[in-house]
Design a protein around this ligand. Structure first.
Ligand SMILES: Cc1cc2nc3c(=O)[nH]c(=O)nc-3n(C[C@H](O)[C@H](O)[C@H](O)COP(=O)(O)OP(=O)(O)OC[C@H]3O[C@@H](n4cnc5c(N)ncnc54)[C@H](O)[C@@H]3O)c2cc1C
Length: 434
């Protein structure tokens, strides 16, 4: 993508020493993006990654595009490429709303991947730390839990007594972020009205027992969600279809799934069953302060019902990669982080709100939000639903350039508003720029 020549201002570019706190999906992604931008990156992770939970994690085109741009070896993640989103009736299992993804790659240039978390993490880690690829490999230091940061000197103190100092610090330390509190954000949050249990099923075992081979659908499948109730079972195949990852949502206080639908015989052979506590966070007022910024769940935890948490962390990483690139970074860290916040906060807040709505109404989920003709279709406001177009037609370079231009007092003339092309018609009836 050719940058706006007026915005190329790299006379002050310098290699930054970057400390990334948290080595999860977002931490690894930002390490890739910033090493490629020419910086010296160290990741500090509190754990040693032992005992990670096996579960699926989806990566729609808006996340997948960056994996390709960064040269990540996506095959290492052994993904299932999704072909459909299927919503089934809670009692009968019959499809109620189906969103076909057959032309998805043709429309958006990238596929909708379903990864296994550990495979996805290993894939990103290899790209962040490996000798291959642009820039200097990042370093990973495990068993370093961030305790505090001196905001005046950018010095991180770890619980093991170690200290380190960096020009730029990225808080990628997940939903329970320490960095968030250190820069003064006190989350307004409440426990969700729904809870979740996750279970894994081996496809081979299910087939051996004569059960339905759901891996054949290559689909993200949902039972329930139309009834305005919390009960919902979500099934996603990963590991090339060898593993079926089930998320069972139910009303928070009940503690059980009330009437189990179609997938129940699968769940009877589910293993590695884990509770997943869900919290609803109000959007945070800011994402950065001085030379410190938040990324991923640390900056915008969201309910899982749009399957966009990992994609939003990847997009955050991509935004930092662009802003600190040799083309755009003029040496002013605070200015780049201010633009980072302006680019990211509106978009993640919109997805966060849509994820909370989709928790009790599947018609609010990207994809299903398009299927207005089904008899039970009902949304809070048809003009406000989140659509696939907004997610995938988004051009982050344009968004960064628009906001950087404003910050630097340069006029911006490209026909884009917040990264979306003027004239784009959304299925919600909104036309960008109209
Ligand atoms: C079961 C489950 C299923 C999900 N499914 C999907 C899905 O299908 N699609 C999707 O898009 N999203 C999904 N998500 C959400 C997605 O996984 C998260 O949004 C994403 O992982 C965010 O990445 P992150 O790097 O911000 O946080 P994490 O991946 O949680 O990483 C945070 C890291 O920081 C480390 N850390 C924490 N505190 C400290 C500290 N003080 N010092 C140093 N290190 C620290 C942690 O050990 C961890 O490694 C799912 C989440 C879960 C739990």
């Amino acid at each position: 993508m050719a940058p706006n020549p007026l915005l190329i201002n790299n006379s002050g570019w310098r290699r930054l020493s970057v400390g990334v706190i948290g080595g999860g999906i977002g931490g690894m992604s930002v390490a890739i993006a910033l090493r490629r931008a020419g910086h010296d990156v160290t990741i500090y992770e509190k754990s040693d990654f032992a005992g990670e939970v096996g579960a699926s994690v989806s990566c729609a085109a808006n996340g997948t595009r960056w994996l390709h741009e960064w040269g990540v070896d996506v095959a290492k993640g052994d993904p299932v490429v999704l072909k459909k989103l299927i919503n089934r009736d809670w009692k009968t299992g019959e499809p109620v709303s189906v969103y076909d993804l057959d032309d998805y790659e043709k429309r958006w240039g990238y596929v909708y991947n379903m990864f296994h978390r550990q495979y996805m993490h290993a894939m990103l880690k290899d790209s962040a730390l490996g000798e291959d690829g642009e820039g200097q490999p990042a370093r990973l230091i495990v068993n370093h839990r961030c305790r505090d940061i001196d905001l005046a000197t950018n010095t991180i103190t770890f619980e093991n007594g170690a200290v380190s100092q960096h020009d730029l610090i990225v808080g990628a330390d997940g939903i329970g972020s320490a960095v968030r509190g250190i820069i003064g954000i006190r989350p307004e949050k409440k426990p969700s009205d729904s809870s979740c249990l996750h279970a894994n099923v081996d496809t081979e075992e299910a087939v051996r027992l004569g059960l339905v081979d759901y891996s054949q659908d290559s689909a993200l499948e949902y039972w329930g969600g139309q009834e305005g109730k919390w009960d919902k079972i979500v099934l996603s195949p990963c590991n090339g279809g060898k593993l079926l990852s089930y998320y069972c949502f139910f009303p928070g206080r009940k503690g059980i799934i009330r009437r189990r639908p179609g997938g129940r015989r699968h769940l009877a052979i589910g293993k590695e069953i884990q509770p997943w506590r869900l919290w609803v966070h109000e959007p945070y007022p800011y994402l950065q302060q001085g030379s410190i910024c938040l990324l991923g769940d640390a900056g915008h935890p969201m309910m899982p019902h749009q399957s966009q948490g990992a994609c939003m962390a990847i997009e955050d990483a991509a935004a930092l990669g662009i802003l600190f690139d040799k083309k755009y970074f003029n040496g002013d860290v605070a200015q780049s982080l201010a633009v980072y916040e302006e680019v990211r906060l509106p978009r993640v807040t919109r997805v966060q709100a849509a994820a909370a709505k989709a928790a009790y109404n599947i018609n609010e989920r990207i994809g299903f939000s398009f299927n207005k003709d089904i008899p039970t279709y009902k949304v809070e406001d048809t003009k406000k639903v989140l659509t696939i177009e907004e997610m995938n037609a988004y051009d982050m370079y344009k968004d960064v350039e628009e906001k950087l231009a404003a910050k630097r007092g340069i006029s911006y003339t490209d026909k884009y508003i917040c990264g979306l092309p003027v004239g784009l018609e959304l299925p919600s009836g909104i036309t960008i720029g109209a």
